[in-house]
Design a protein around this ligand. Structure first.
Ligand SMILES: Cc1ncc(COP(=O)(O)O)c(/C=N/[C@@H]2CCCCNC2=O)c1O
Length: 431
């Protein structure tokens, strides 16, 4: 019942800070298995978010449990700063073997996508002497000062670097964005050291670039000595049905950034880049628990399991099935303006409802809240907060995909039909 949730929520309100809250409904989780979460009132909910893509193997995956247990049973220290450890070395070797040739030099291990992107931007500036960074409007590269500094998401306006040049994300035509890029590079030759891209721009609204766009971006980077950095924190590691999301295009980045799903729910990230860059100097970017054997072992289990359980295939097949179900749903629900994405990285854009003056943002907040009430966990993204984002575990089954979509359909119908929501969603500000 809702009171049980509120009870745990009330306990949380008297102990846990709200500084990290990005809340859409009063979910309190006490457990989880596969693509489901158990709420503290005993309800089992389908999880179409996987905690923003981190639970890549779903919840309580045995491969992660046994890897973590083994790493803890004979713990090789708790950091790779001042001693090497086998799990971190094994993980680095695995990631180098999977990395694109241009990036296959050395691996830095961190805790999060934020510290990984921050490290990549800092070391590129230090190693090239070029302070300028190109990135896209709407891009989310992190929540630390150093990674917000070159993000373009509206939630991160106050901390932008003066060396950041944001370019518009291309919609149908790439030409106008390419002109902006050409102009920026021409004005400041030798100034830009890095161009940060997300193969699919997630928090900006699950945006897929027009064909040929990233190839054109890469040509400009290569022609002007600008390193192409693929931020695959959310859509990498199999989510789009191929190992690296950049492989959906004919490009090869110079630097690859991984996070979220790399640890399967444990905090670990990676920057993979050429040796000249990644060995620029020692003692350059470190935090105490970086490269600890437990998280490294979990990540090794994730990378191995993607292979052994053929999760690229599953992401592609179940992702395609999910996409088709949602396109069919869009034909029945005028509130859905677009369904887009690749594999198990999908965005459902909702549009405003002229009939009752609900803004797209308000409609989306109500749909997400109602879906939670009906048993589906899903959040929204987008520069206008009107895109329902699906980043379920890569292990998602056809059955759970179908169950989740039918709940989503009911949620949309209830909100559009005025059935749902006693206004409680208003207590949750989301972004
Ligand atoms: C492409 C991309 N790059 C870097 C990050 C930052 O990762 P961390 O939140 O692990 O520091 C993210 C994080 N994305 C946010 C995390 C916070 C909640 C909002 N939704 C996200 O997925 C990201 O999507």
């Amino acid at each position: 019942s809702a009171t049980a949730n509120v009870a745990l929520y009330q306990r949380e309100a008297h102990s846990v800070s709200k500084l990290a809250h990005l809340r859409f409904f009063p979910l309190a989780v006490t457990g989880g298995k596969g693509a489901t979460l158990r709420a503290d009132d005993g309800r089992i909910l389908i999880d179409f978010s996987a905690s923003w893509g981190a639970a890549s193997l779903g919840h309580s995956h045995p491969a992660i449990r046994s890897a973590v247990d083994a790493a803890l049973a004979d713990q090789a220290g708790a950091s790779y700063l001042s001693s090497a450890n086998l799990p971190a070395i094994e993980l680095a070797e695995m990631l180098l073997a999977l990395a694109p040739a241009r990036a296959a030099g050395r691996v830095w291990l961190g805790h999060s996508g934020s510290d990984a992107n921050e490290t990549a931007s800092r070391v590129i500036r230090a190693a090239t002497g070029r302070p300028g960074i190109l990135a896209f409007e709407g891009a989310y590269h992190g929540g630390t000062s150093g990674s917000m500094a070159f993000s373009g998401h509206p939630s991160q306006q106050e901390v932008r670097s003066p060396h950041l040049t944001l370019v518009p994300y291309p919609t149908a035509s790439a030409d106008s964005t390419l002109e902006v890029i050409d102009d920026a590079i021409k004005r400041k030759p030798g100034y830009f050291g890095a161009f940060f891209i997300e193969p699919i721009q997630s928090d900006g609204g699950v945006l897929v670039p027009p064909p040929g766009f990233f190839e054109a971006v890469q040509r400009r980077c290569r022609d002007n000595g600008i390193l192409l950095v693929s931020d695959e924190v959310k859509v990498g590691l199999g989510r789009t049905g191929v190992l690296h999301a950049f492989q959906n295009f004919d490009i090869e980045p110079d630097v690859l950034v991984l996070g979220k799903g790399l640890g399967g729910g444990l905090p670990i990230s990676a920057v993979i880049g050429p040796e000249w860059l990644m060995n620029h100097c020692a003692a350059f970017s470190f935090q105490t628990l970086h490269g600890n054997p437990v998280c490294a072992a979990a990540a090794g289990a994730v990378v191995r399991t993607i292979e052994t359980e053929k999760l690229l295939h599953n992401a592609s097949k179940v992702g395609g099935y999910l996409h088709r179900l949602l396109v069919d749903l869009a034909a029945r629900q005028s509130a859905i303006a677009d369904v887009r994405g690749i594999g198990l990285a999908i965005g459902i854009e909702l549009t405003h409802r002229a009939s009752d003056g609900l803004s797209a943002r308000e409609l989306t907040a109500r749909v997400v809240y109602r879906a939670y009430q009906l048993g589906l966990v899903v959040y929204y993204v987008g520069i206008s907060s009107n895109v329902v984002e699906l980043t379920p575990p890569l292990t998602l089954s056809y059955e759970d995909a179908a169950r989740g979509v039918s709940i989503l359909e009911r949620a949309i119908s209830d909100v559009v039909g005025g059935v749902a929501d006693e206004g409680e969603h208003g207590n949750f500000t989301g972004w």
